[in-house]
Write a protein that binds this ligand. Structure first.
Ligand SMILES: Nc1ncnc2c1ncn2[C@@H]1O[C@H](COP(=O)(O)OP(=O)(O)OP(=O)(O)O)[C@@H](O)[C@H]1O
Ligand SMILES: [Mg+2]
Length: 336
């Protein structure tokens, strides 16, 4: 498990201080794929760099499996760092070395016996699908392939945690997807905990099970990805969610709607359409769909419908109550 306890990072530059991370406490469970989301400058990289102490926090503790890394001697820290792999947006491969040598470099740094290095390089290349690229130089690879080398290198010393700082931001959507699939495979097969920074909610939706949203150095919301997608609380979180699953009804349309407008949320296995049609049959209300979608998040369906309800106020209220009893989360978007 990875735990941040009251982490603050203050950067001192000439005559002013910049707060990069502001008192963040966060627990990341073993086996999580944990997404950290936020706009530029929110403090995501600063926080991530505190995990392996590339950046020393000004205050607070970083616990990896219960051990406070900030208290380790420099040689203990070197050993601990081997168990924390990291990949970056711009890959940072050594351009004068072949793919195989780039990976071998990480193994040598960990004092892997010479006669084991080549075998391990081959294993790692197979894991990331680059068996035929061992003797090629980074310049001869596509962005996606470069990131695969980055991943192989990060996994060289069997880390328990893999940190990814905008690892797919330089890639096109299709390549992004293939890298995310690889990361998920690594998480499932090797049980490696992944902490992933991104400003793209699609990335989170694709592979993360839990997430946190950062703003001005603080974590403003955190939880299971499914729950946050279903009911984001903070305006910034809503903004991020809306960028991938938008349920906003244009004002021009809302203006012309006469009845009450409600948003219905059906989580998991509750079949939304069935509940809605039962409601329409039972109550003397007229329903008008304005928007409807079923999203799959973590392979769990999330049904979202926006509809207008016309009828007597008391009947409309009863209908809403009935839908709630049937498992819907009902939110009024516009009163009559
Ligand atoms: N080495 C540094 N020296 C001074 N200030 C820094 C340093 N690194 C980061 N900061 C400041 O700390 C704040 C958080 O930066 P950070 O790089 O962690 O944000 P981020 O969320 O990763 O942004 P991005 O999405 O652009 O990568 C910013 O205000 C930034 O200017
Ligand atoms: Mg960053």
């Amino acid at each position: 498990m990875l735990e941040f306890q009251n982490i603050t990072k203050i950067y001192e530059s000439k005559n002013k201080q910049v707060v990069g991370v502001d008192n963040v406490s966060l627990k990341i469970n073993k086996g999580d794929i944990f997404g950290i989301v936020g706009y530029s400058g929110a403090g995501k990289s600063s926080l991530l760099r505190c995990v392996n102490l590339l950046e020393r926090p000004s205050n607070g503790k970083v616990l990896v499996d219960g051990i406070d890394l900030t208290q380790l001697s420099s040689s203990e820290l070197r050993t601990a760092r081997l168990k924390i792999g990291m990949i970056f947006q711009h890959f940072y491969l050594i351009s004068q070395k072949t793919v195989g040598e780039n990976i071998a470099f990480a193994l040598r740094a960990a004092k892997t016996p010479k006669n084991e290095i080549h075998k391990r390089v081959k294993e790692l290349l197979a894991m990331v699908g680059l068996t035929d690229k061992e003797d090629v130089f980074p310049a001869q690879l596509s962005g996606g392939q470069k990131q695969r080398v980055g991943i192989a290198r990060a996994l060289a010393n069997n880390p328990s945690i893999l940190l990814c700082d905008e690892a797919t931001s330089a890639l096109d959507p299709k390549t992004t997807l293939s890298i995310l699939k690889l990361l998920k495979q690594i998480n499932e097969k090797l049980g490696i905990t992944i902490v992933l920074i991104t400003h793209e909610m699609n990335v989170v939706k694709e592979i993360c099970n839990r997430m946190a949203i950062m703003q001005d150095g603080k974590v403003i919301e955190e939880g299971a990805v499914y729950d946050i997608f279903a009911q984001p609380i903070k305006p910034l979180t809503q903004e991020f969610i809306n960028s991938v699953v938008s349920f906003e009804i244009p004002d021009e349309i809302l203006k012309d709607v006469k009845g009450q407008v409600i948003k219905l949320l059906f989580k998991g296995e509750v079949a939304g359409e069935g509940v809605i049609s039962d409601t329409m049959q039972r109550f003397d209300v007229k329903g008008n769909f304005l928007h409807g979608t079923i999203e799959y998040i973590q392979e769990r369906p999330l049904g979202i419908f926006v509809m207008e309800l016309q009828g007597e106020k008391s009947t409309v209220d009863e209908a809403k109550k009935y839908m709630e009893q049937r498992g819907a989360v009902v939110e009024v978007v516009k009163h009559v």
